[in-house]
Design a protein around this ligand. Structure first.
Ligand code: ZN
Length: 253
């Protein structure tokens, strides 16, 4: 096992946006035909990619728009990095589905992403977030999810370095952590603007993601992502490790 690839468990996080509050509702009827059109995954930017999946057959397939959305997410991720205190942002996977849970639109989460050589923690966002043209909403959502990822990275690095040897398993399932426990301090990690605009769940900043979702249910299946524990490795770059160590040293003085 690589020294930065630690197995562990994490309760997934969701930024939800309430349908009713946003005054929007998806039609409950299923898409006209259950299609088997498989999405290809030609889009792979540095650290941002589109996952495969199934789309309903529609007259106006949204794949090219989704690919543009993936490009937009990649450029927003780059912008966040430009002012952040570290150069490397977490990986982001876009999935071609609409996620809901009890009438709440799920805008993003931190979870283990399947990759060819295993599962690695990263940020996953559904189609409505990638397609949302409100730059500030998508940026705030990404910063929120990145904050969870940096929390995980911090626990992994500090945990492994406080022991004699690197490696091992970190299990957060029984710590009774609430949402706000699983974030880093935004000012320690992000640029001034992103820290100032840091959002928590239910913030109106992300409302445009749910208002722009209307009509998308013709093009994407509406599914509930599986909730609960997940396990994976985490690939932490050297600049992020160095930042975690420097924050630890600051705290110790
Ligand atoms: Zn959260």
């Amino acid at each position: 096992m690589p020294t930065n690839g630690l197995s562990w468990y994490f309760l997934e996080c969701f930024v939800g946006e309430n349908w009713l509050a946003a005054g929007t509702a998806l039609s409950q009827k299923p898409p006209p035909k259950r299609g088997l059109m498989k999405t290809v995954s030609p889009t792979r930017y540095d650290g941002v990619w589109l996952a495969g999946g199934r789309l309903p057959i529609s007259a106006d397939p949204p794949l090219s728009r989704l690919v543009k959305g993936v490009e937009r997410v990649a450029s927003i991720r780059t912008e966040i990095a430009l002012t952040a205190k570290v150069a490397t942002m977490p990986p982001v996977e876009v999935v071609p589905y609409i996620w809901t849970r009890e009438r709440v639109l799920i805008c993003g989460r931190v979870t283990a992403l399947r990759q060819s050589d295993g599962a690695y923690f990263g940020v996953q966002i559904p189609a409505p977030t990638a397609l949302c043209t409100d730059h500030a909403a998508v940026r705030a959502l990404l910063v929120h999810e990145f904050a969870h990822w940096f929390y995980i990275a911090t626990r992994v690095v500090n945990g492994s370095e406080s022991r004699e040897k690197e490696g091992g398993t970190l299990d957060l399932r029984n710590e009774g952590l609430v949402e706000s426990d699983t974030q880093i301090n935004a000012r320690d990690w992000f640029g001034e603007e992103d820290a100032r605009r840091f959002i928590q769940h239910g913030d109106s900043t992300t409302r445009s993601i749910s208002s722009q979702v209307v009509g998308l249910e013709e093009h994407f299946y509406v599914v509930s992502p599986r909730l609960g524990d997940t396990v994976g490795n985490i690939d932490i770059s050297d600049d992020v490790k160095a930042h975690i160590r420097s924050l630890r040293t600051q705290r110790a003085h």
